[in-house]
Design a binder for this molecule. Structure first.
Ligand SMILES: Nc1ncnc2c1ncn2[C@@H]1O[C@H](COP(=O)(O)OP(=O)(O)O)[C@@H](O)[C@H]1O
Ligand SMILES: N[C@@H](CCC(=O)OP(=O)(O)O)C(=O)O
Length: 343
């Protein structure tokens, strides 16, 4: 039987010291715990920390985009070497996987990635992913590694997604850790303050937004800190941090991949009639579209929002947004029912 998939993401501040060194004590802990979890799970590690580990080699570093890229180029091999050193005594090899957005928005490329990871797992090798910072430009960029980890978890149909971060969980207004969040709604999103660690990109808003999508796709998410003993093992058992509960929908892997695209491309606003039609699993026709919020091309994934601006579905476009905007045909099909996932 196939092992379930576990995606564990480590934020910059959770694996580097204040001085910008990779925290070897934490990496040893990761290796020890992941080695025991590997018996039960096919694991993907997503690790930030390349910029944090590389920036001390740039004496006049101020954090410009080109400096971040240069720091990532220096820091990434340091990061991977440290992981490899500490996993070796457990007889586990690691494989580096540097990803860009289009590896997820294009289904063929995504399937290549999936095949490669499956080959690695067959050989007991654990892939360790990070954004390909050195070449990523505006289009290629993920917003942060919380997004990359979520795209992997959703696209691969993971059972669990764990975010290791600089805080022990989601804190409520009294600064108490919330054990369990049933639904990530506006109120929960409102708990996330703007502050984040000095070296990270994500912060809590990003984690909660991506956790919400993963939950909608049936994946449990735990936000936790490596500062607790046996943190990863406990997070898998939901015994530490904040558990964000998955919805219990059955969704095919193709549709999960499609839904992961909701993080990626264009956006259309539809009227109430179209909203009702979509809820009845009908195709999306031009007549129900009130406006193109973000442009998209044929084959790309787009968000469909209702008149209140709430995302109700994601779909794969049958045509470029510019083409259909020019057409006067009201019954033009913009997305086929089979290519629409309700959220
Ligand atoms: N309600 C909240 N609960 C917990 N942390 C919060 C909350 N609101 C904002 N934060 C901030 O989120 C940050 C955690 O993310 P950070 O460490 O920056 O991300 P990453 O792990 O991606 O590097 C912390 O700096 C914390 O202060
Ligand atoms: N690719 C960057 C990670 C940027 C990032 O997403 O950081 P974080 O918010 O700490 O997960 C790096 O390795 O430094």
């Amino acid at each position: 039987m196939k092992k379930p998939i576990l995606v564990v993401k480590f934020g910059s501040a959770s694996i580097t010291t204040k001085e910008g060194e990779v925290d070897e004590r934490i990496v040893l802990e990761i290796a020890r715990q992941i080695a025991s979890l590997q018996k039960k799970y096919n694991i993907v590690l997503v690790s930030s920390g390349a910029v944090a580990a590389g920036k001390r080699f740039l004496p006049s570093y101020t954090g410009t985009l080109s400096e971040r890229k240069a720091a990532a180029a220096i820091g990434n091999p340091i990061l991977i070497n440290t992981y490899s050193t500490y996993f070796r005594p457990f007889k586990i090899s690691l494989a580096q996987s540097l990803c860009e957005r289009h590896h997820f928005s294009n289904r063929d490329q995504f399937l290549q990635l999936k095949n490669t990871y499956e080959e690695l797992w067959r050989n007991n090798v654990i892939p360790i992913a990070n954004e390909n910072d050195v070449v990523s430009n505006k289009e290629l960029k993920f917003s942060d590694n919380d997004e990359l980890a979520t795209l992997i978890a959703v696209g691969f149909g993971a059972e669990k997604l764990l975010f290791s971060t600089s805080v022990p969980g989601v804190l409520d207004t009294d600064n108490k850790i919330i054990d369990r969040i049933e639904t990530i709604d506006r109120e929960v999103l409102g708990l996330a303050r703007k502050d984040k660690s000095a070296v990270g990109l994500g912060g809590m808003t990003s984690k909660l937004n991506f956790a919400r999508l993963a939950n909608q796709m049936g994946i449990a998410v735990v936000i936790f800190s490596m500062q607790t003993e046996d943190a990863i093992k406990k997070a898998v058992r939901h015994e530490t941090g904040t558990l964000c509960m998955p919805e219990s929908k059955k969704i095919s892997s193709r549709k999960k991949w499609l839904a992961s695209g909701s993080l990626i491309k264009g956006e259309l606003m539809v009227d109430r009639g179209a909203e009702e039609a979509l809820l009845k699993h009908k195709s999306l026709l031009a007549v129900g579209v009130t406006r193109v919020v973000e442009h998209f091309e044929k084959g790309e994934v787009l968000n469909i929002v209702n008149l209140d601006g709430v995302t109700i579905a994601v779909a794969r476009a049958k045509m470029d947004s510019s083409l259909f905007a020019q057409s006067s045909k009201k019954n033009l099909e913009i997305a086929h029912a089979n290519d629409i996932v309700l959220l």
